[in-house]
Design a binder for this molecule. Structure first.
Ligand SMILES: Cc1ncc(COP(=O)(O)O)c(C=O)c1O
Length: 521
């Protein structure tokens, strides 16, 4: 083996042979300047759209397929055969074996989770995201896309009250919460006298740090604390009132207890739209307390941020403008395809805590004349151009229509609560705050009341039976230790009549489970 100019031994190039080159060039697999590749893009896009549409002809939210049979059918699919399968054949197989057995999020009887139908324009923009494959870590991989994301996050920050603020897009609310709490931890670290390390370096003081959140805060807060090296035990759970909002008296007591124990609340997490009750914590009074004790205020508005689109509902978020950071999920009440979330900050300089230079990616000498490398704001390196679909979805729909959709969902939840109240076999467990209704099957009337354990077991069985049949997908959670059912309204296509039908299905399933004598666990 001969040596090259730098003295390193020269290696012969791998002999891939002529056939490989011919095979690679045979089909227009990639979008190029060649019009044949444009025609191919249109063909595959249309064929894919047809397959998705054909799988959506079913008139119920789920096929009810048996999980074992589904797994067996999927196991027969060879992920990478030697020779590619013709697209039409492949799509037909996927349509029948996979797409037809998804949950249909645009069916009004699909109401378990914060899992919305997506605006078609935004979903179609996913094609542009995939084909153009801009990577949002560095300007030289995504020049215009970088500026679009920057423009969008500034608009989102301003819309949520952080005028002059900014942020970064993430894959979801969990990732946004992680980044928000990382910033809080870094600020606490910067304050600690012994702290000298960058991200990930924890000073000895960290054992005294606490993150204060309500008992109804999303589970991801505890997971984030664990990832941040603070342990789940560092999250203190403050009691909530009947509506599921943080109880300010309990918060004051908790902060006082921490102070007298020599513990430091590095962050207070307020939730604007809790997962089960949709409750919005009293943001302004919480901000006051955060300021007084020097804690970072993170508002988890994964759910509630969409309320800002409506001038009528936006006042529910009063006080959010006092946050240091906000989580806003666009894949919830903004009807965007997953993943679409933003971590917003009142000052972009706060994101410096995650800023690192890398010789190959974001060289400081290049960051001049408006050149922006968004890797400096993010925990990701390669990152999708999700800003495009958000921009397309918002601009094509318009604020008024977006607001009308969110308003309808809030009205629908209020109407559903009244319908539950009026139903002989259902019991409302909390007044809805925004878009969720929590209730349970529990027949009233003259009969002797059934024991709570039996009611719990019936509700579990009813929810499962509905999923198994595919006729309705309702949520199940626990409230005050008892099993509760939940309807989550994130589908603007749902009507009051659908809600009535859904409640009747739940009542019927409850009755059937009770008749069948479910086992009490
Ligand atoms: C209040 C709240 N925060 C955060 C999350 C996590 O969001 P994601 O599922 O996008 O990670 C959820 C999810 O439902 C949520 O309800």
């Amino acid at each position: 083996m001969s040596a090259s100019r730098n003295g390193l031994p020269k290696r012969p190039a791998a002999d891939v042979g002529e056939t490989t080159a011919e095979v690679v060039e045979a089909a227009p697999d990639f979008l190029t300047a060649d019009p044949r590749s444009h025609a191919q893009l249109r063909r595959v896009a249309l064929a894919t759209a047809d397959a998705v549409a054909a799988a959506r002809l079913q008139d119920q939210p789920f096929s009810g397929a048996d999980p074992a049979q589904l797994a067996a059918a999927i196991a027969t699919i060879d992920p990478c055969p030697d020779d590619g399968v013709a697209l039409d054949e492949l799509l037909a197989q996927l349509r029948d074996a996979v797409l037809a057995h998804g949950v249909h999020v645009s069916d009004p009887r699909c109401a378990a989770h914060l899992h919305c139908p997506t605006l078609l324009t935004a979903a179609a923009a996913e094609l542009a995201i995939g084909v153009t494959n801009q990577s949002l870590d560095s300007y030289d991989q995504a020049p215009a896309a970088t500026l679009v994301e920057d423009h969008l996050v500034r608009w989102l920050a301003a819309t949520l009250g952080l005028s002059g603020g900014s942020g970064v897009l993430t894959s979801g609310g969990t990732a946004s919460n992680l980044l928000g709490l990382l910033l809080a931890r870094e600020r606490a670290g910067a304050r600690a006298a012994a702290h000298g390390a960058g991200v990930g370096g924890l000073p000895p003081e960290h054992v005294r740090w606490r993150i204060v959140a309500s008992a109804a805060a999303h589970d991801s807060i505890r997971r984030c604390a664990a990832v941040l090296g603070l342990g789940t035990g560092c999250v203190t759970a403050v009691a909530t009132d009947d509506a599921g909002r943080i109880d300010l008296g309990a918060l004051d007591a908790e902060l006082a207890a921490l102070a007298s124990a020599g513990l430091e609340p590095i962050a207070i997490v307020a939730t604007a739209g809790t997962t089960d009750l949709g409750a919005i914590d009293p943001l302004a009074p919480i901000a006051e307390r955060a300021r007084a004790c020097g804690a970072w205020l993170h508002v988890d508005a994964a759910l509630g941020s969409g309320l800002a689109l409506s001038p009528r509902l936006a006042p529910l978020l009063d006080g959010i403008e006092l946050a240091d950071s906000i989580t806003a999920d666009l894949h919830k009440l903004w009807f965007m395809p997953i993943g679409a979330s933003a971590l917003l900050v009142r000052d972009v300089a706060l994101l410096a805590a995650v800023h690192h230079h890398s010789d190959y990616l974001n060289r400081p000498e290049d960051e001049v004349d408006g050149v922006l490398n968004l890797v400096g704001r993010s925990l990701d390196t390669s990152r999708r151009f999700d800003a495009l679909k958000i921009l397309v979805g918002l601009r094509s729909t318009g604020r008024l229509r977006m607001a009308a959709m969110v308003e309808r969902l809030v009205a629908l939840a209020a109407g559903a609560a009244r319908a539950v109240d009026a139903h002989d076999e259902l019991e409302l467990l909390a007044e809805p705050s925004t878009v969720t209704v929590v209730f349970r099957w529990r027949p009233g009337g003259g009969e002797a009341p059934l024991p709570d354990d039996l009611i719990d077991a019936v509700n579990v069985a009813a929810q499962r039976a509905l999923l198994r049949s595919g006729r309705a997908i309702v949520g199940r959670t626990r409230l005050h230790g008892r099993v509760a059912l939940k309807l989550t309204f994130v589908n603007p296509l749902a009507r009051e009549s659908d809600v009535g039908e859904l409640l009747d299905l739940v009542a019927e399933a409850g009755r059937a489970a009770a008749r069948a004598g479910v086992a009490v666990r």
